[in-house]
Ligand binder design. Structure first.
Ligand SMILES: [Zn+2]
Ligand SMILES: [Zn+2]
Length: 74
């Protein structure tokens, strides 16, 4: 079985001399070397006073979001 023609990629060829991953990149970006820059996820802090947990929903961390929901404040 042939392996991908990209640099040191050893995955089996899927199409056009490229493995599935590189072929995908080729289709998506027109360049098999293209790697989408990883977006640094901005973390938002919980709105709860003195809570430094990462907010996951409506500005609250999971714990405080749950409390808000239970108390019917959201
Ligand atoms: Zn490859
Ligand atoms: Zn919180």
């Amino acid at each position: 079985m042939n392996s991908c023609s990209m640099g040191d990629c050893i995955k089996p060829v899927k199409a056009k001399g490229l493995c599935a991953m590189h072929h995908q990149r080729m289709l998506r970006h027109g360049d098999p070397n293209m790697v989408r820059p990883r977006r640094v996820k901005k973390t938002i802090e919980c709105k709860w006073v003195k809570c430094e947990e990462e907010a996951v929903s409506k500005g609250y961390c999971s714990k405080h979001y749950y409390i808000q929901r239970v108390m019917n404040l959201v």
